[in-house]
Design a protein around this ligand. Structure first.
Ligand code: PBG
Length: 329
């Protein structure tokens, strides 16, 4: 039956009716907030391209985490800026690495028990060259080595899990890293630590501001030999398939807004918990428009997050997590 008997506007008339028939919901418990830990005390340094996001020393990070817990967020995704970098990414798996120290501080605070602490596993913040794996160089030619990088990534994951990470999240895009990390964790009685694999991670211009936040811009070349080509959705499905077969407990899709179709395709195909990362460039782009008064912040933030959930993500990593939680309260 068509118009005039059918009128879809009948259910849009009031806020109560719209609420009753709403298909997609956002809640703070499904939002994860990234934190960038840096050495020092009392440091709260704003990232110029990401208004409202900071490099935080551990004492400040604990305060930030308390605010996140009070807002009911699901958890934190931890990144580190080490005091020193080298070509073997030593800071990534050091017993007293910046994220390892941060994890111990956060874990010892009972007020933070409601937060899931996820440690990003990658080498790019810790290597002097800024690539996500070991680099071999021969004159002008360089390679990001796959297999030798797996060993360092596994060491990093074990070290972070031992320091208290509830979940480890490899974001490097080396082949075989999930299996290598699973095997390494199991070998040292960390069989209960889940792996959240950044299975579908595209080589994206939208990571630009993050590289300032995490001081991880590659010093030469780019990441296209390990991160995926943005044109490929079938390859993204193969990446997820392989990571799940290797033992990934959950997968992360990244970026989010420019890749909603990939999130949807993954949702239809895989039953593992699926997250999406609304990355730094997505945040900065919206903020730039807010600063000019071109977009209404509250509505644009919730609309962008709702669209990511509607595409099929169970949870979202977003720099808007705290603001969104306040709007949802
Ligand atoms: C580390 C990593 C990156 C991001 C998350 N983990 C940067 C990159 O791959 O260059 C990007 C997150 C963001 O842009 O917010 N490899």
């Amino acid at each position: 039956m068509n118009f005039p008997a059918t009128r879809l506007r009948r259910l849009r008339r009031t806020p109560a009716l719209r609420s009753l028939v709403r298909e997609t919901h956002l809640h703070p418990g499904a939002l994860l907030y990234p934190l960038f830990l840096c050495p020092g005390v009392g440091i709260r340094k704003e990232i110029s391209s990401m208004p409202g996001v900071f490099n935080l020393s551990i004492d400040e990070a604990v305060k930030e985490a308390e605010a996140c817990a009070a807002l009911g967020l699901g958890g934190l995704l931890l990144f580190g800026l080490p005091a020193e970098k080298d070509d073997q990414a030593t800071g990534a798996y050091a017993e007293n690495g910046i994220v390892q120290q941060g994890l111990r501080a956060l874990k010892s605070n009972r007020a933070l028990d409601s937060l899931v602490l996820i440690a990003d596993v990658c080498l790019c913040e810790y290597t002097s060259h800024g690539h996500c794996g070991i680099v071999s160089k021969d004159g002008d030619h360089y390679e990001i080595e796959n297999d030798s990088s797996l060993e360092l990534l596994s060491k990093t994951a074990v070290s972070l899990a031992a320091a208290g990470a509830d979940i480890v999240a490899p974001s490097d895009m080396m082949d075989g890293r999930v299996e290598a990390i699973r095997t390494a964790l199991d070998a040292v009685a960390l069989a209960d630590t889940p792996i959240l694999s950044y299975a579908s991670k595209f080589a994206s211009a939208f990571y630009g501001p993050f590289r300032e936040a995490a001081d991880s811009a590659p010093q030469f070349g780019d990441r296209r030999s390990y991160q995926m080509d943005g044109a490929n959705i079938r390859e993204a499905m193969r990446e997820i398939d392989l990571d799940v077969a290797e033992g990934a407990d959950m997968v992360l899709m990244k970026p989010a807004l420019p890749y909603l179709d990939v999130i949807r395709a993954a949702r239809e195909r895989f039953d593992v918990p699926l997250g999406a990362y609304q990355v730094s460039g997505e945040y900065s782009m919206l903020h730039a428009a807010f600063q000019r008064g071109w977009l209404e912040p509250d509505r644009a933030i919730l609309e962008s997050l709702t669209s990511i959930r509607r595409a099929g993500a169970d949870f979202i990593v977003t720099y808007f997590a705290k603001v969104a939680a306040k709007l949802l309260a």
